[in-house]
Write a protein that binds this ligand. Structure first.
Ligand code: 1CP
Length: 374
């Protein structure tokens, strides 16, 4: 009886049948295969810069939205109706993982994510759920992915994502955004053992969460280490890199063991220039770059076999459209058209002009088609 077994078992035993993928440029580039043009998508492409996004979100609590698959699906599809992006990213948030661990997180308009009771001392770790059932706690994300994968009708691939352990740890200790991450960094220096315990717990949940996303239909996975830049090389090597490596290794092993498709994985560690070489050997097919590293330096550090993703300064979208075209041309000339996925170096801001996002996408397609395979 298929319907009496758990959702997870159903995923494993009977994978979904989805519409055939029509535009595989992103997946091919991510796998290091040759493409006819440079695929492009934008971090935060499903976001507040779109009037239709603001309308759909209006008056609705952020995390209620995240828990409503139909709305997540709609928000994910909105940017694709406007622009010929080569990939979609599921609308959700990295902070659903701390929620799954039992923490309360609210999105305060004008302020951002807020944890009323952040972790203060190592004793607080016992309050966290020590073994998370991702199907029970995060099944709503899986449902959103499955629904969106159907509604995409194979137009472009769907990217799933998670925050990386260190970035999630910062929110859980800081209680929200922070300029210094000094509370979270205090843990690294004062309580290294408890820090590793927390990072290990997060890693375990993230691994199951990412595997669940693939079972639900995600065709690529991005791991966001957005707060990597607050760590120096030494701390990154101790508190971030080992967990980032562990995630790719364990996700791939679990996908294989469950006969699920192996999907390309992207690691985006913002401002971690010192780590580009290590990240390119950490089991991910793609290394995402922020705008503060030059394409040539990044390529030298990463080697030729890895695919790079990025890295236009998001604020370049404030420039006139012709200037955006020039910046894109230089970026593609420097990265080359192969083993490369165009993106911004971080997410879009709410005050950005959708027309300029369109100009960015168009410039990437036009210039890379024109330049040919180099
Ligand atoms: O009401 C709203 O719409 C709030 C704005 C918003 C949006 C659109 C938040 C709050 N999250 C999201 C969606 C979101 N978050 C996506 C959706 C898909 C897409 O990219 O189109 C993704 C991938 C994220 C991931 C995320 N959330 C990251 C990693 C990427 C990054 O920006 O570095 C981080 C750090 C968060 C935390 C978060 N969520 C929201 C805000 C404002 C923040 C940052 C808070 C802070 O540190 O100050």
């Amino acid at each position: 009886m298929w319907y009496s077994i758990s959702l997870h078992t159903a995923f494993v035993l009977r994978p979904h049948t989805f519409p055939e993928l029509k535009n595989d440029a992103f997946v091919k580039a991510a796998r290091g295969e040759e493409t006819d043009y440079v695929p492009v998508w934008c971090m935060r492409q499903a976001g507040r810069y779109l009037p239709e996004f603001r309308e759909t979100r209006a008056g609705q609590d952020f995390f209620v939205t995240c828990r409503t698959p139909e709305i997540c699906c709609e928000l994910t599809l909105q940017p694709l109706r406007r622009f010929p992006f080569d990939a979609a990213i599921i609308f959700s948030d990295i902070l659903v993982v701390p929620q799954a661990l039992g923490m309360e997180v609210t999105m305060v308009p004008g302020k951002g994510p807020t944890f009323p009771e952040p972790l203060k001392e190592p004793e607080d770790l016992v309050k966290l759920c020590q073994s998370v059932d991702v199907n029970a706690e995060l099944g709503y994300v899986f449902s959103a992915i499955t629904l969106t994968r159907h509604k995409l009708e194979g137009k472009v691939p769907l990217i799933g994502f998670s925050g990386a352990p260190w970035t999630l740890m910062t929110y859980m200790i800081e209680g929200g955004g922070s300029n210094t991450m000094s509370k979270a960094k205090r843990w690294l220096y004062q309580y290294p053992e408890a820090s590793h315990k927390l990072l290990t717990l997060l890693t375990d949940v993230i691994v199951d969460y990412l595997v669940g996303q693939v079972a639900a239909g995600a065709q690529a996975l991005q791991v966001f280490e957005s707060h990597a830049g607050y760590l120096g090389a030494m701390q990154f090597n101790e508190f971030a890199l080992p967990y980032i490596r562990d995630i790719s290794k364990r996700v791939k092993a679990k996908l294989k063991a469950s006969s699920l498709p192996t999907v390309p994985m992207i690691v985006f560690a913002k401002d971690a220039h010192y780590a580009i070489e290590d990240l390119s050997q950490s089991g991910y097919e793609v290394v995402g770059l922020d705008w503060t590293v030059s394409p040539k330096v990044a390529r030298e550090k990463a080697g030729n076999s890895i695919t790079l993703q990025g890295n236009m300064d998001p604020c370049a979208l404030y420039a006139p459209k012709e200037k955006i075209g020039e910046i894109v041309k230089k970026m593609i000339d420097d990265f080359g058209t192969q083993h490369y996925i165009a993106n911004l170096g971080h997410g879009l801001y709410p005050d950005m002009d959708p027309d300029h996002v369109g100009a960015f996408v168009e410039a990437v397609h036009n210039h890379s088609r024109h330049t040919g395979k180099n």
